[in-house]
Design a protein around this ligand. Structure first.
Ligand code: TRP
Length: 344
C-alpha cells in the first residue's frame, strides 16, 4: 500500500494558532476586548504560539528604555489578562534567533515588487509625497521589509491560523505568497500556508470621545490605569447636554456601551431602566460605570502590578517560552536548510 505523501511539517494533532504582539505602548480597553480576549479564547481550542514582536517595534522605537519597558508591560499585560504560559508557547521574538535566519532565506524568494505594494510602506511614501519630500524620507529598511520578518515569524511555527486585526491581513497574505513560492521551487510542502483570521471584536469599544478607542485618537482608557486615573478618565467621557431629569437613550451613550463590557446582566437592565426613566444625570451614570469597571479591572491591575514588580519571574516565564519556541523553530530551520541545499 502506498501512503500519500506527507507534508514535512505534519504530525501535530491540534491545529495551530500564532500571533505577534507589537509592544508599542500601553494596552488599553480596546486592545483587551478587540485582541487579547479573542486570542485567549482561540488558545483554548488551538495549540497557540503567541509572542512579543520586539524587533518589529524597534523599527519605530529607538529609545532603549522605552522599548524595554513596553516589552515588559505588554508581556505582563497578556499574562495578567489570563494568558497561561504552561498551556501555550509565549515568548519574545528576539529570543528566537531562528526567526532571523528564516528571514534571510525568505528574502531570497521575496520580490521587491511585493514589498512595494505593502500598505504601511505605501502610506509612508504617500505621506512624504504629500509633504513634498523625498519619497523615501524617514523610511528605514525595517519598515520596508517588515512583511518578510513577519512572514518568518509566522512560517517558522507552522500555524494553521493567524488571528490579526484587519490592517494585518495583507501581511499574512504576503506570508502565504512567499511560502507558496518556496514550496513551488522545491516541489515539496516545506512551509505550511497559513490563513488569516480577522478578529472581529465582539463589541465596539468606544473611546472617551465616542469614536472607536484608539491610541492614535488620544481617547483610550489604559487597561491597568491606577484607580484614581481610571476615575478621572471616566469623568472625562464626552456626553451631550441633556438635563438630569430627561430620559436618556442607553444605546447611543458610550457610558452605557462601556458599561455593557463590564456589568452583569442585572446591572445592565437596571442601568438601562434608569437611563430611560430620566432623573439620572451623566455624572451619576459615570460614577456607576466607574464602580463596575473598577471592580472588574482591579484583579487584572493587581496581577499586572505583581508581574511588573517581579521582573525575575517575568523573565523566567519568557525564557521558558523561548526554549519551547526554539525546539519548534529549529526543526523548521533544519528542514529549510536541507531543502535549500545550505545543508547537504
Ligand atoms: N505586525 C503585527 C502588528 O502590527 C505584529 C506581528 C508581528 C504579527 N509578527 C506577527 C502578527 C506575526 C501576526 C503574526 O500588529
Amino acid at each position: 500500500m502506498t501512503r500519500p505523501p506527507q507534508p514535512c511539517y505534519a504530525g501535530f494533532m491540534k491545529k495551530i494558532s500564532l500571533t505577534g504582539i507589537k509592544p508599542t505602548g500601553l494596552l488599553h480597553i480596546g486592545n483587551y476586548f478587540g485582541a487579547i480576549k479573542p486570542a485567549l479564547e482561540l488558545a483554548k481550542e488551538y495549540d497557540a504560539r503567541y509572542f512579543i514582536a520586539d524587533y518589529h517595534a524597534l523599527n519605530l522605537i529607538k529609545d532603549p528604555k522605552t522599548l524595554a519597558r513596553y516589552t515588559r508591560e505588554v508581556a505582563a499585560g497578556w499574562l495578567a489578562a489570563g494568558l497561561n504560559p504552561d498551556e501555550l508557547v509565549f515568548y519574545r521574538q528576539s529570543s528566537v534567533p531562528e526567526t532571523f535566519e528564516l528571514t534571510t532565506m525568505l528574502m531570497a524568494f521575496t520580490s521587491k515588487g511585493l514589498m512595494n505594494r505593502a500598505h504601511a510602506y505605501k502610506a509612508a511614501v504617500q505621506a512624504n509625497l504629500e509633504k513634498g519630500e523625498d519619497p523615501d524620507a524617514g523610511i528605514n529598511m525595517g519598515l520596508y521589509t517588515y512583511p518578510v520578518l513577519m512572514a518568518a515569524d509566522i512560517l517558522l511555527f507552522d500555524p494553521d491560523v493567524v488571528p490579526v486585526g484587519r490592517d494585518q491581513v495583507q501581511h499574512v497574505e504576503m506570508a502565504q505568497d512567499i511560502a507558496q513560492v518556496i514550496n513551488f521551487n522545491y516541489k515539496q510542502d516545506c512551509l505550511k500556508v497559513p490563513q488569516a483570521v480577522v478578529q472581529e471584536s465582539v463589541a465596539v469599544v468606544p473611546g472617551l470621545d465616542g469614536r472607536k478607542m484608539s491610541k492614535s485618537y488620544g481617547n483610550a482608557i489604559p487597561l491597568f490605569a491606577p484607580e484614581q486615573d481610571l476615575h478621572k478618565l471616566i469623568k472625562r467621557i464626552v456626553t451631550n447636554s441633556q438635563a438630569l431629569e430627561e430620559p436618556k437613550d442607553p444605546d447611543s451613550s458610550q457610558i452605557f456601551q462601556l458599561y455593557k463590557l463590564f456589568a452583569s446582566e442585572e446591572e445592565l437592565l437596571a442601568l438601562a431602566a434608569r437611563f430611560r426613566n430620566g432623573g439620572m444625570g451623566w455624572g451619576e451614570a459615570k460614577e456607576e460605570l466607574f464602580r463596575v469597571m473598577n471592580r472588574e479591572l482591579t484583579p487584572l491591575r493587581e496581577r499586572f502590578n505583581a508581574f511588573i514588580a517581579d521582573p525575575v519571574r517575568l523573565d523566567a516565564i519568557l525564557a521558558q517560552g523561548a526554549e519551547k519556541a526554539r525546539l519548534i523553530a529549529r526543526k523548521t530551520i533544519a528542514r529549510l536548510r536541507k531543502a535549500t541545499g545550505i545543508d547537504r
